[in-house]
Design a protein around this ligand. Structure first.
Ligand code: SAM
Ligand code: GLN
Length: 283
């Protein structure tokens, strides 16, 4: 068989696609290639190596090609794959929602630590997006119930689907509205990852964010402080507020919580050592 007729193997496609995505400026081109191929071929990633000399069928190539092209246009890998892992959950994601970030897993970590002793805590998640915070809390605390809000109907539709998918829909109530509008009751914990990126930073963000993620999920002015104020009438004495904050904003937010009357204000770094989570107790 001549070189021209030689069938295209998995190894060939891995190498070519990695080179193609590198050329498009994709950061982890090899890993992204493996994840896209593994999904397109319906194979666990390891099998791409154990079957590396297996030829691909035309149908397989036709499935993989548009996914690779989307990633080449710098669409986030999570949107290309249609789902994304967050803590113990696999969540559906699309362009209606921010892709759940690793630093937000630390937000959940703090929430779970603060409600651990409570048998049936009631939690409010403001700006739930695809639902990573709300759904992780009910999944990891069997007695918890969560009310989750978002201004975006598209985001709430994704959160609703994820609640069903994770089998926790009976313990999650979704509410559409601005911050805490239409939310009543008393909560043991209010948590939020609000839009906090300053408008002036938008143009310098990577294309994955700037070209694809909902701007209103990322860019915000004064939303963090608004959440801290709006949470006050909903908290019972001794209950907690937990906020994800932007890089470099932690001290300012901590001071703000102090001046609003929150006690035991604490800052927690993310895995990269950046101060990203601020919490306070309503005394
Ligand atoms: N909680 C998700 C997470 O951690 O991945 C999404 C966080 S994203 C940074 C902020 C979310 O807040 C978006 O889903 C956006 O639609 C929502 N949002 C923006 N402004 C809002 C407002 N005024 N009231 C309620 N939700 C809002
Ligand atoms: N962490 C996101 C980013 O890197 C922003 C999320 C937010 O605004 N809450 O852009």
């Amino acid at each position: 068989m001549s070189a021209i007729d030689r069938p295209v193997t998995i190894a060939d496609v891995l190498a070519r696609t990695t080179g193609y995505l590198e050329g498009k400026g994709v950061e982890n081109a090899r890993l992204d290639t493996e994840l896209i191929l593994s999904q397109a071929l319906g194979l666990p990633r390891i099998e791409l190596y154990t079957q590396h000399d297996r030829p691909l069928t035309e149908a397989e190539l036709a499935t993989a090609r548009p996914l690779v092209e989307r990633r080449g246009r710098r669409e986030p890998l999570a949107y290309v794959l249609g789902e994304w892992g967050f803590r113990k959950l696999m969540l559906k994601v699309d362009s209606n929602v921010l892709v759940p970030r690793p630093e937000t897993e630390i937000v959940v970590e703090r929430c779970l630590a603060l409600i651990r002793e409570l048998e049936s805590p009631v939690v409010l998640d403001i700006g739930t997006g695809s639902g990573p915070i709300a759904l992780s809390i009910v999944s990891e605390h069997p007695g918890a119930r969560v009310v989750a809000t978002d201004i975006s109907e598209g985001a709430l539709a994704v959160a609703r689907e994820n609640a069903e998918r994770c089998g926790v829909a009976d313990r999650v109530e979704l509410v559409r509205g601005h911050l805490t509008a239409h939310v009543h009751g008393a909560f043991d914990l209010v948590v939020s990852n609000p839009p906090y990126v300053p408008p002036g930073d938008w143009d310098s963000l990577q294309p994955e964010i700037r070209l694809y993620e909902p701007r209103e999920a990322v860019v915000g002015v004064g939303q963090t402080a608004a959440v801290a104020r709006r949470a006050l009438p909903l908290l019972v004495p001794g209950s907690w507020l937990v906020l994800e904050v932007g890089d470099g904003q932690a001290q300012e937010v901590a001071d703000e919580l102090g001046s609003l009357g929150y006690a035991d204000v604490r800052i927690t770094p993310d895995l990269a050592g950046r101060e990203r989570v601020v919490e306070g107790r309503w005394a």
